[in-house]
Design a protein around this ligand. Structure first.
Ligand SMILES: [Fe+2]
Ligand SMILES: [Fe+2]
Length: 374
């Protein structure tokens, strides 16, 4: 049986020391090269609609393109100080943060100014990670165009490449014109993206990107869309989510067929990969770079964050799409419920019967007239 050491590089999943010792890669590099070990496949079967669900998704995607330059209200000013001042403060309702700001706590010197700064840095960090993750999706989906053997999937993936270009574009523009600082790619997310791209098996790109990274992004965008009062960001997220739900559906629809045929040994490798991805994404949400920036020891901060019931709820919510989709794909229970056991340890198994994303994308679609004439 593969050990945590082999999957994660540490024997104890929650070993904070080991988690925080992984820090951002060379922050001065302008180009990051990853070897893609997969074969590009041609198919001579051009039968369009052989996979009707993928064909339907492709036709939907063609009609759902929007323009990141002209469909979003970029003319709106974003007063980031005001947004920060209006943001809900953790300490007011969270006992862990109340203790942290008490005279003996690690945040004892924090006043209004530090909290505002923290909210602003968190926003810069979050949007930066979204932007980098979107570039990961752009690269992965271009890879799927090459590696997937089915023509309907190549067609659909090509529309997703365009979607992801637009997503990188709008997050980068928001960061450049409305916020005040970039963060480099978080190391945990970076390790995951590298692993996805290096893998030679075409379905692993889907599993890592469409099911895990995009499943988490869809939940995170949904949460942020609900919480934010900033109208430009709200609309940007609304548009991105309408695409993102389709992307996750693409993963579920493609892998459902393929995984039905796999042996136990092959499925175990997929289950382990899903677990590794889940842990990497959870670790990135410790946002160690922000605490560093604020002059707080990330280890002290991480211990605080991990004990906070609100943070725990937020972190678990991020898995609300991933777990039901893994269940749909048969990943939870093969090999003596291997992944069910791991998701139980991570504290996220309670989402298994939530809606999966195979059909749900329809409810995220932009309504008639919601796409501004451009
Ligand atoms: Fe995206
Ligand atoms: Fe996507």
């Amino acid at each position: 049986m593969t050990t945590n050491e082999e999957m994660l590089g540490r024997s104890e999943v929650n070993d904070l020391e080991a988690i925080l010792s992984i820090t951002s890669m060379d922050v001065d590099e302008m180009v990051h090269a990853v070897r893609d070990n997969a074969s590009a496949l041609f198919t001579w079967n051009y039968e369009k609609g052989e996979r009707p669900a993928l064909n339907k998704l492709y036709e939907k995607a063609k009609g759902a393109q929007w323009n990141g330059e002209t469909d979003l209200p970029w003319h709106l000013d974003v007063d980031i100080e005001k947004v920060a001042a209006n943001a809900p403060r953790d300490p007011e309702s969270d006992p862990v943060f109340v203790a942290a700001t008490a005279p003996t706590g690690p945040l004892h010197s924090w006043g209004e100014k530090e909290w505002n700064e923290f909210v602003i840095e968190s926003q810069n960090w979050t949007m930066s990670q979204f932007m980098h993750g979107e570039q990961g999706a752009l690269v992965c989906t271009a890879k799927i165009v090459e590696t997937v053997p089915w023509i309907d999937a190549k067609y659909y993936a090509a529309t997703q490449v365009m979607d992801e270009a637009r997503h990188v574009e709008v997050f980068a523009k928001y960061l450049d014109t409305k916020l005040n600082g970039h963060y480099p790619l978080n190391a945990h997310l970076g390790m995951l993206l590298d692993d996805i791209i290096e893998d030679s098996r075409w379905d692993m790109t889907y599993l890592g990107m469409q099911i895990m990274v995009e499943g988490l992004a869809l939940a995170a965008f949904g949460f942020m869309h609900q919480m934010t009062t900033e109208p430009l960001l709200k609309q940007l997220l609304r548009y991105v989510m309408s695409d993102e739900a389709r992307h996750v559906a693409f993963g579920v629809l493609s892998l459902k067929e393929y995984y039905a045929e796999l042996s136990d040994a092959e499925m175990l490798e997929r289950q382990q990969f899903a677990f590794e991805a889940a842990v990497r994404m959870r670790d990135r949400f410790l946002q160690q770079e922000v605490w560093d920036q604020m002059g707080i020891d990330p280890k002290v901060a991480a211990q605080m964050v991990l004990q906070s019931p609100q943070r725990q709820l937020f972190q678990n919510m991020l898995f609300s799409k991933i777990v039901p989709n893994c269940k749909k794909l048969g990943l939870l229970d093969r090999n003596d419920h291997w992944l069910r056991g791991k998701f139980t340890e991570l504290g996220v198994i309670q989402f298994e019967d939530w809606a999966d994303t195979e059909e749900e994308y329809e409810t995220f679609a932009l309504a008639e007239g919601e796409v501004a004439a451009s």
